[in-house]
Design a protein around this ligand. Structure first.
Ligand code: K1U
Ligand code: ZN
Length: 206
């Protein structure tokens, strides 16, 4: 953790017993005044194809980015977000897979890396906040092991399956400039791209 940060900022970064970093809901209130809802980049924005840079130091700028990402993700609403989706090319992911009736479960993954993927695959219907209202089936490894840093900069590893595995792979694709439509047939991908390119042109004309 960088020196010169506030006690609230230091307390807000916590890791649970599974090593998954969370925002402490009490001390995180110190951030609320500084929160900012950011615009989500939409297909065909070229920045979505950028490969994001590793985070070298988890400083106040990175913690502010994480807070903005959560605000933007919850507002959308979405279950995951990569920093590049709000135009910041850093290898940072936020996620919350809690069900509506459950308490929030914010998770942060910095410099995430898939170190193992199962041979067994699963199909899951995915969506993307950068490709609104389009959903399609994607086949991916059913289980993955992911290394990452938590908000305190501590190395962590998680073995994920189910929705966590799907969402981690979707978000790690984002940090590498890959979109879920890249896993579809060329015909489907081109159809989606055409539809969103037309919509962007129409929006620019008004
Ligand atoms: O990265 C993103 O664009 C976020 C995306 C994550 C994701 C969804 C499904 C499969 C893999 C990855 C979304 O959050 S799309 C919205 C969504 O799935 C959702 C929104 C509200 C409630 C429940 C789901
Ligand atoms: Zn997405």
């Amino acid at each position: 953790m960088a020196s010169g940060t506030s006690a609230a900022a230091r307390c807000a970064a916590r890791a649970d017993h599974r090593g998954v970093s969370r925002i402490d809901p009490v001390s995180a209130t110190a951030y609320i005044a500084a929160m900012a809802l950011r615009d989500i980049l939409i297909l065909p924005d070229k920045r979505l194809r950028q490969v994001s840079d590793p985070v070298k130091k988890i400083d106040a700028g990175v913690r502010k980015l994480v807070v903005d990402m959560f605000e933007t993700m919850y507002d959308a609403p979405g279950i995951g977000l990569a920093a590049i989706q709000i135009g910041t090319p850093k290898r940072v992911i936020t996620m919350d897979l809690a069900k509506k009736e459950e308490p929030r479960n914010p998770q942060v993954f910095i410099n995430p890396e898939i170190v193992w993927g199962s041979q067994e695959k699963a199909i899951y219907e995915e969506g993307c906040l950068s490709i609104p209202e389009y959903f399609d089936d994607v086949e991916r490894p059913v289980q993955v092991r992911v290394k990452y840093l938590d908000l305190e900069g501590k190395p962590q590893e998680v073995e994920a399956n189910g929705l966590l595995a799907t969402c981690l792979q979707h978000e790690i694709d984002h940090v590498n400039g890959i979109l879920f439509i890249d896993h579809l047939s060329k015909l489907k991908r081109e159809r989606v791209l055409k539809k969103f390119t037309k919509a962007a042109k129409r929006a620019a004309a008004v």
